[in-house]
Design a protein around this ligand. Structure first.
Ligand code: FES
Length: 263
């Protein structure tokens, strides 16, 4: 694969063609703050925290987001100029003004400024990570980004919940940087909250091997439908950890002792 050479904070970096500036920076341990980027989901370009300053033969001090900008041969990139620091701080203040003091936002704001003074509002920052993971990775399509007409004809976006499609896997909550989506497991129940409203409750299944409560019926059936395995019936009653051990024990390279664990 063709390699690209560019300068990042006065350091020469070589990366495969097509690599973004953000991934190039990460490959050499340079930290650029991000909020809406996740390697498995690709860039959204929403939060703009990952801004960097670029210099090429045709432009100077051009500010762009690094998560969706490819590194180009000969490009010079700076991640920490005074202008960038001020811009990032403004972005963080805007983002934190619409959140409920989430720890991720607090951590990022503190990394941009010592004067963190968040407002108390419960709202998501519309980064879209929850929608992407639900639609592109889990493929349940229980969340979507929607719009409503506000005052002065402004259009506000929000996350719409499709109850019928939700399987209670909790992937959305695990990626939400501000806690606008939460999954709470209590006893035999899993509850899903969006914007502090309970949206759906599920019963948690019990593993037949270790007796732990591990996921919802809807999630298990959703996953099993996609598995082409003769062992579906055994897997149906096991949590992921015990299922892994079951697979290991069923391989011939393991001793009969492992197999006994499941008899
Ligand atoms: S991380 Fe690049 S725009 Fe959010």
């Amino acid at each position: 694969m063709k390699q690209i050479n560019f300068i990042l904070n006065e350091q020469q970096i070589t990366v495969p063609e097509g690599t973004t500036i953000l991934e190039g920076a990460r490959s050499v341990g340079i930290v650029i703050p991000t909020l809406c980027y996740h390697r498995a989901l690709g860039p959204s370009g929403f939060c703009r925290l990952c801004i960097v300053a670029i210099e090429t033969s045709t432009m100077k001090d051009f500010i762009t987001t690094s998560c969706n900008c490819e590194a180009k041969e000969g490009m010079r990139v700076s991640t920490e100029t005074e202008r960038l620091k001020k811009m990032r701080l403004t972005i963080m203040e805007l983002l934190s003004s619409g959140t409920n003091n989430s720890s991720d936002i607090k951590r990022l704001t503190l990394s941009c400024s010592k004067n963190y003074n968040p407002l108390n509002k419960d709202d998501c920052i519309l980064c879209g990570l929850c929608v992407k993971v639900c639609r592109n990775i889990i493929k349940a399509c229980a969340l979507s980004m929607d719009s409503i007409e506000g005052g002065n004809n402004k259009v506000a976006e929000y996350v719409r919940f499709n109850e019928a499609n939700c399987i209670g896997c909790g992937a959305c909550a695990s990626l939400c940087p501000v806690g606008a989506i939460k999954v709470v497991d209590k006893g035999d129940q899993r509850r899903l909250y969006l914007y502090n409203n309970r949206k759906k409750s599920f019963e948690l299944l019990v593993c037949s091997s270790c007796s732990s409560r591990y996921t919802t019926f809807e999630h298990r059936e959703f996953v099993l439908k996609r598995i082409d395995s003769e062992e579906k019936d055994q897997l149906r009653t096991l949590c992921p950890e015990c299922a892994k051990r079951y697979h290991a024990a069923s391989l011939s390279v393991f001793s009969p002792l492992h197999k006994e664990l499941f008899q």
